[in-house]
Design a protein around this ligand. Structure first.
Ligand code: FE2
Ligand code: FE2
Length: 165
């Protein structure tokens, strides 16, 4: 297993995809507990906001570093990359709606579930279509890209306002 520090670009993004999936599962667990008779449970809004923050940073490093590198190395990936960027835009609208919500309730549960479905679809395309192309591309140094993306990710995690800008 690669350590955190030496993941290549695809491994780094995959690790993010898995981490956010765990958060969606945790949110659903808390929502189900709250919906049960007399259920209260801890506030799941904290998890929803963590999902928003992690997806925001993830989308930034893809848009700033990964997608442009792919665009440069793989001219025939243009359609895939355009579709991916359009999906990012849809996700950003949902994130903004979630961040504007008050306490966690059934409408937040519904929106988190919708976001989960959108992310599942998007991640599947990245994993099944973009990553294999990236791995096969000549002249694309996924190790160096991984280092660059990790550094940017760490900087953005320390400065959430910059990540959302
Ligand atoms: Fe993406
Ligand atoms: Fe991604």
């Amino acid at each position: 297993m690669p350590t955190l520090a030496n993941k290549d670009a695809c491994q780094l993004l995959d690790a993010d995809h898995i981490a956010v999936k765990y958060l969606f599962v945790e949110y659903a667990r808390l929502a189900a507990a709250a919906a049960s008779p007399n259920g209260r449970g801890p506030d799941r809004k904290v998890i929803a906001m963590k999902i928003c923050d992690e997806l925001t940073v993830h989308a930034r490093i893809e848009e700033e570093i990964f997608y442009p590198a792919l665009q440069g190395a793989l001219p025939d990936a243009s359609d895939l990359l355009e579709e991916a960027q359009a999906e990012h835009q849809q996700v950003k609208v949902m994130i903004a709606q979630l961040q504007a919500m008050g306490t966690a309730d059934v409408s937040m549960d519904a929106l988190v579930a919708e976001l989960n479905r959108a992310i599942e679809h998007h991640v599947k395309e990245e994993r099944d279509e973009l990553f294999p192309k990236a791995k096969a591309a000549r002249g694309l140094d996924l190790d160096a890209l991984g280092v660059q993306m990790r550094e940017r990710q760490q900087a953005l995690e320390k400065d959430p306002a910059a990540a959302a800008a």
